[in-house]
Design a protein around this ligand. Structure first.
Ligand SMILES: *Cc1c(COP(=O)(O)O)cnc(C)c1O
Length: 395
């Protein structure tokens, strides 16, 4: 019988590091709250990534929420956010009663287009309403054009939040993603490159990072004032990571570099074994970046006989998981009343059924597929996946 192949599943270390740290938590009865694993996990992440401060939270989504709170985004404010991403990048904007303005992608990186961002700034400057923050994403581990994006934000004095949920381990000119923006966020959700079973981290890179971290910690632990009794002057949140969860995270951090190499080898395998198929191209890679290749995505040309759903259906029939590209947020019904800034002229629907337009983000969504990128796959598994794909070109 053929084995099921996952898109990306949790991959604990062969050495059992995660169990070691969990056992320590049990032995000292520091199951919750907090404890050594949480503080050590934060310290280890700060050190590994070179971040000013790190705060361990219950999810990556919570980390974005806390970044917006730390910046002071609130009622009626605008936040510029990359459109081509998972909804969790933008949902927290609505938690603080602000409104997203979605920005189109760049074909070279699939991520936020610096010129579309510039265009959005010019448009909203004229309207007399600059955004309170910008959220850029490093989709699938591909590094965004972070230097020009950071420069534009600096010019307009608007804080930058880097959603590095999918790009932990990706570096640009040797510096880790998540440390370029004023704030960076990481996710340890089950399908991410390393997982704590669920969790996230906020990275703070401002000059007053440690002080900001204390403020976030206060908000994320119910905003209890320093009194002997329970005193509250603001609304708090229950977003702190537990000590058991942090133990898994610490163990996983030890194998992050190894996972990056495994993910890159998967990408390389696909490039070699299906990258030559007519009309198929691999997701882009920037020359100055070293990608963690969290998911290996491919794109099919407009004229290609084989479409994304043909590939997903053929893989499914062989018990192999694959996934469409994130549907851009400006095309989501829930964000239908939000503005979208693109450089594309004559924006129109291209595929009514799935709701894709001819924007750069819409085109990537329409033409792309995320291939199975599970680090537990063997070479034979990869051979099997590529065989299914190649067969579609022979029919
Ligand atoms: C996974 C993910 C998140 C959310 O992280 P959680 O830990 O699941 O809350 C945010 N943004 C992107 C781009 C993601 O892929």
């Amino acid at each position: 019988m053929k084995q099921h192949i996952y898109l990306a599943s949790p991959h604990m270390s062969e050495e059992g590091y995660e169990k070691f740290f969990i056992k320590e938590a049990f032995d000292t009865n520091w199951i919750a709250p907090l404890g050594e694993n949480v503080t050590e996990f934060e310290r280890e992440m700060e050190e590994k990534l070179g971040a000013g401060a790190a705060v361990a939270l219950s999810a990556g989504t919570a980390a974005i929420h806390m970044a917006l709170k730390a910046i002071g985004v609130g009622e009626g404010d605008l936040v510029f956010c990359q459109s081509l991403t998972f909804s969790a990048s933008a949902n927290p904007i609505t938690y603080v009663n602000a409104k997203p303005v979605f920005i189109d992608s760049d074909e070279e990186t699939w991520n936020m287009s610096p010129s579309a961002l510039q265009k959005a700034f010019e448009k909203y400057e004229k309207l007399g309403k600059l955004p309170k923050a910008v959220i850029v994403v490093h989709l699938y581990g591909i590094c965004a054009k972070i230097e020009p994006i950071a420069q534009i934000c600096k010019k307009y004095r608007v804080p930058l939040i880097e959603d590095a949920a999918e790009s932990l381990g990706t570096t640009y000119k040797g510096k880790y993603t998540g440390t370029f923006g004023d704030y960076g966020i990481i996710s340890f959700n089950g399908n991410k490159i390393i997982t704590s079973s669920g969790g996230g981290m906020l990275l703070i890179n401002t000059e007053d990072a440690k002080e900001r971290a204390r403020e976030v910690l206060f908000l994320a632990t119910q905003a209890r004032e320093a009194q002997r009794w329970y005193q509250h002057a603001q609304i708090g949140y229950n977003y702190r990571m537990s000590n058991v969860v942090a133990g898994i995270g610490r163990g996983q951090l030890k194998v992050l570099d190894q996972r990056v190499e495994q993910k890159r080898a998967i990408y390389e395998y696909y490039r070699k074994h299906i990258g030559d198929l007519k009309g198929l191209s691999m997701m882009p890679q920037s020359r100055e970046a070293y990608s963690n290749c969290w998911l290996s995505a491919i794109q099919l040309d407009d004229g290609c006989r084989v479409g994304p759903f043909d590939i997903m259906d053929a893989l499914l029939a062989d018990d192999v998981e694959s996934r469409p590209i994130w549907k851009p947020l400006h095309l989501q019904p829930v964000f239908a009343d939000c503005d979208f800034v693109t450089e594309k002229e004559g924006l129109h629907m291209v595929d009514e059924r799935i709701g894709a337009d001819n924007s750069a983000a819409g085109t990537i969504f329409l033409r792309g597929v995320c291939m199975p990128s599970d680090t537990k796959m063997t070479e034979r598994d990869l051979e099997r996946v590529c065989g299914v794909v190649r067969k579609l070109w022979k029919m």
